[in-house]
Design a protein around this ligand. Structure first.
Ligand code: BDR
Ligand code: CA
Length: 322
């Protein structure tokens, strides 16, 4: 964070592009709660559910957070290639199954996601960080349209890919698989890029102790977060035999608030767009075998205790209306 006149740290302007999704929902709560980030807009995409369901979920989560002044815009219904791989098998029919949520207290913008991103970036007093926690189609679309001043984009920080294993397929992570052409455009953009992949987010487990802390908050936001983890956890148990679910997406927001939570490696990253079995697989050249110019910072190690302290304190603050 840079400093404002008077010595106070300046919040980092961000746009959160997402497909809520239980872990996206926690990322929205964290971004809405933290004074260290300035959430300027939320844009939505297909992914965990249809784009329309993701938009409705984003509006409901922002309503729960009391953040009804954040503009929300609808984005991609399909990948750049025109297909729409959905993650309802993890997040349920609505994309955010589990507890009852408030009905949206406000509506989405008439602007499309790419247009809202262009406007917010263009009007910002400081370069804006684009955070993506779903298929990265909207951001690739903004780059392709070429209507933003690239110097006004501080960085693209995305959850997706992995250094090692996959989840949607044995080798490909879901967001990367859902739109590999879009991810390739981002990785080839020459802009500062940070990748938070499964190798990192599988360290962010919502253990029973974490969920107990949510439940013990004794307010609606804490109880809802605990129930989300219950639904998400049952998917992770049934599909991947995880004891506790990895809460992927808030890692992106957490590291903006507390940079010391993640250790990074700078290296070359590519994504497979053509493989018969490996489409959507990220290839992370940790040992410089390809001798390519590094194009990304890759998240390697998480301080999981620090992460949960931050996420839980933020949810608690939000739930208490502070
Ligand atoms: C990613 O896919 C979705 O299930 C989650 O919201 C996360 O963004 C993890 O592979
Ligand atoms: Ca997501």
């Amino acid at each position: 964070m840079s400093e404002q006149p008077g010595g106070r740290p300046r919040p980092i302007p961000i746009i959160l592009d997402c497909d809520p999704g239980h872990d996206d929902a926690i990322a929205i709560l964290l971004a809405a709660a933290s004074p260290a980030v300035d959430l300027r807009a939320v844009t939505t995409t297909f992914g965990n559910c249809s784009m329309e369901d993701a938009t409705r979920n984003a509006l409901r989560v922002l309503t729960l957070a009391g953040a009804t002044d954040i503009p929300v815009a609808r984005g991609a219904e399909t990948s750049l290639r025109g297909d729409a791989e959905l993650g309802n098998y993890v997040h349920g029919r609505s994309g955010l199954d589990g507890p009852d949520l408030p009905e949206p207290a406000f509506g989405a913008s008439d602007l499309a996601a790419a247009e809202l991103i262009e406007r917010v970036v263009g009007a910002s007093d400081a370069p804006v960080t684009l955070v993506a926690t779903g298929p990265i189609t909207n951001i690739a679309t903004v780059l392709e349209r070429g209507r933003v001043d690239r110097a006004r984009i501080a960085e693209i920080l995305f959850m997706g890919g992995s250094v090692d294993r996959g989840n949607h397929t044995p080798t490909a992570e879901f967001n990367a698989f859902a739109d590999p052409e879009a991810l390739a455009a981002v990785l080839g953009s020459g802009l500062p890029v940070r990748m938070v992949g499964l190798n990192l987010t599988h360290q962010a487990l919502a253990t029973p102790a974490v969920v107990d802390r949510m439940r013990a908050m004794d307010h609606r936001v804490g109880r809802i977060a605990a129930e989300w983890m219950g639904f998400f956890g049952s998917s992770y148990r049934a599909i991947w035999a995880f004891d506790s679910p990895p809460v992927h997406d808030p890692c992106t927001i957490a590291v903006l608030i507390s940079p010391e939570l993640i250790r990074w490696r700078r290296c070359f990253v590519a994504v497979e767009t053509a493989g018969e079995w490996t489409r959507g697989t990220t290839v992370v050249d940790l040992h410089d075998r390809y001798r390519r110019v590094p194009n990304a910072e890759v998240a390697m190690e998480l301080d999981a205790d620090g992460y949960w302290d931050l996420v839980l304190e933020s949810i608690d603050r939000l739930g208490r209306g502070r």
